[in-house]
Design a protein around this ligand. Sequence first.
Ligand code: SF4
Length: 334
Amino acid sequence: MWNEVYVEEGLKSHPRVLKILEKIPSAPIYVDRYDEIWGRSKKPYLHKRETLNLFLAKKEGQLLKLAPDAYGLDGEAHYYFIHAYNCIYECQYCYLQGYFNTPDIVLFMNHEDILLEMKKTLALHPGKKVWFHAGEFSDSLALSHLTGELSLYHEFCESHSEAVIELRTKSVNTKEMEKLPPLKNFITSFSLSPSEMARRVDLKTPSTNLRLKAMEKLHLMGHSIAAHFDPIIYEDDFKKNYQDLLESMGKLGLTQNLNYLSLGVVRFTKDVFREMERNYPDSLIQTGPMVKSFDNKVRYHRPMRMWMMNTIKDLSIEHGVPKDKIYLCMEENA
Ligand code: SF4
């Protein structure tokens, strides 16, 4: 899977690095700092199809970032943590395609530093629930069998009941999760789209059906689950397609048991929008009616977004998702 594997000198004998290297046949190349090479020259996003390099590194600088408004459930503090850059999947709308100079993957090894930051952050919000979201710059579970850090974050949630960690994914790689006892505040959230849309735009990801099965499995084991219908993409029969998706979820007993369901309509920064049009000129994602919006993102105009989200919200309630568990993601005064 990896063309070249780069490891920072300082991590040469780090136990997690050694474990990862055991699973990779090619000999590593040692470098002082990953960013001496990673992203130094432009590597077009779609080159990830032919060559993908892996970097094992220490994250310096900010390890936790305050999430933007309307990122999660209202009235609670939301942060995301950065444990990796880039992703093995290739969703056509993915904002990573215009974000970094390269699609090569970086896995950060200093999870203990991230956990320390989380602890400090909890102290800033005494007695309050604080959310830590993973998966902002990568998929949270896709490589979890290789990286082996989930148990550390799980332990943190076990000893800090005021912390909630969300692992956001499109993967069905639940093996590591299955080894852990369920915890209310350790949530796996699946991003879902109607089957045909996912097949056409979520390239290289497991199908919607497989994601639902993975979700069911975790739910039956007692794990906390959630769902994101995000991005919602307009197509003439979107209502019927979301109805089918919700029916499939209902049959598996998922709709009633979600910790939350977030709804978000497709949106892009200017750069990602340009990149997407260049990378996927024949995409199903219709970009015709998009406009620059309140946060400078490019999206459908507000009446259309609200109409789509409210249609899907009503359908979700009809299919058993409790109303107070649904929120509209990244919308102004939604
Ligand atoms: S799963 Fe998420 S991070 Fe990965 S390509 Fe798709 S949108 Fe991007």
